[in-house]
Design a binder for this molecule. Structure first.
Ligand code: KG4
Ligand code: ZN
Length: 331
């Protein structure tokens, strides 16, 4: 009999459900919440209420798209954390109820581990050990992955995440949330003519809050001379900001690769959609002799397929969770 797992992800503002059968993803449905655009960022209370509305239709759709019946399920995997508490509660409570009603085991998954393991949702898969740069609106870290359950964080952000740096810059420029994809697009018509400072952070950690402040002061100064500076130079500003964020990420990644001697390099998270990061990674990879791996975009952003993949590793190892489990905003 094949092993069939239903996975649920609700850690931030996307409600997602996925069905995996014997390691293969059969469906991966995501309900994104547009309401946050109005506020320029994710509002936890709004997110939690939207999860409540979306979770049943999304799970139902994932099961139908996979062409299975609820009674075919062998386990329910879910994101326990980290994430927004009000969002996690909805997914965790739903997963527990479903597992209880079907009398099947529960599998808790760490959201950050799942971003890394998303690379196993399709071929080619990275070989162990590999390094993974996870960059999204909530996370920025370099992880050394020795096995599915053996990961070591080598460096992480001390303040804002890389995606936040894009989004907060976008706010300063009057762009819609999330600004990352918009900055990426505008940057393609501009040149990185403005030099924003690189933060002086030791070792393999990151910091992006200083960059935001320097962009703010830069814009204030320029606007004194030309009130329409942003409109006149938007593409070049975007290209310059993007160039700096990407160079910070790639330099740290190269440092980690050289230090560990690992040449199997992966990136994950929503920011890995960035065209400059992708081309920069390919270029650096060629110079450094890396084997690079970037998952399909639907597996890069928050999604339940990555929870299903991580859950399947745990299922095979017999690592189940009991009904007393509680969501964890942090670990
Ligand atoms: O992984 P994700 O969907 O959600 C989490 O934050 O966990 O990532 C969303 C982030 C946002 O900050 C968004 O601006 C950024 O990924 N992003 C991008 C691009 N596409 C999405 N940033 C830069 N360039 C892009 N093309
Ligand atoms: Zn995420």
């Amino acid at each position: 009999m094949p092993t069939t797992i239903l996975a649920i992800e609700s850690s931030c503002d996307d409600t997602s459900a996925s069905v995996l059968m014997d390691g293969k993803i059969l469906s991966n449905c995501v309900a994104s919440q547009d309401a946050h655009r109005l506020y320029g960022g994710v509002v936890p209370e709004v997110a939690s209420r939207a999860h409540q509305i979306n979770i049943i239709p999304v799970v139902d759709l994932a099961i139908r798209q996979a062409g299975i019946k609820k009674t075919d399920l062998d386990a329910v995997a879910f994101t326990r954390g980290p994430g927004l508490m009000g969002s996690l509660i909805v997914g965790v409570a739903f997963a527990k109820s479903l597992a209880l009603s079907l009398d099947i085991p529960l599998i808790e998954v760490n959201h950050m581990d799942a971003h890394v393991l998303a690379h196993f949702a399709e071929d080619p898969k990275p070989r162990f050990p590999f390094l993974c740069l996870t960059v999204s609106g909530g996370h920025t870290q370099i992880v050394k992955v020795d096995a599915p359950d053996q990961m070591e964080v080598l460096g992480q952000t001390l303040d804002d995440a890389a995606g936040e740096a894009f989004d907060k810059t976008g706010k300063l420029l009057g762009l819609e949330y999330p600004a990352g994809p918009i900055i990426d697009k505008l940057a393609q018509q501009g040149k990185p003519v403005y030099d924003f400072p690189e933060p002086r952070i030791p070792d393999l950690d990151f910091s992006f809050s200083g960059l935001k402040t320097s962009i703010l002061y830069f814009l204030k100064e320029q606007i004194k001379e030309d009130p329409d500076f942003i409109q006149h130079h938007l593409n070049d500003i975007c290209a310059s900001v993007q160039d700096r964020i990407v160079s910070i990420l790639l330099k740290r990644l190269r440092k980690a690769a050289r230090r560990t001697g690992i040449k199997e390099i992966a990136i994950a998270g929503g920011v890995s959609a960035n065209s400059a990061l992708r081309s920069g990674l390919a270029e650096m990879g060629q110079k450094e002799g890396w084997q690079t791996c970037i998952p399909k975009f639907e597996y890069c952003t928050d999604n339940a397929a990555m929870i299903a993949v991580a859950g399947y590793f745990k299922y095979q190892a017999g690592q189940f969770t009991d009904q007393s489990v509680q969501p964890a905003a942090r670990f």
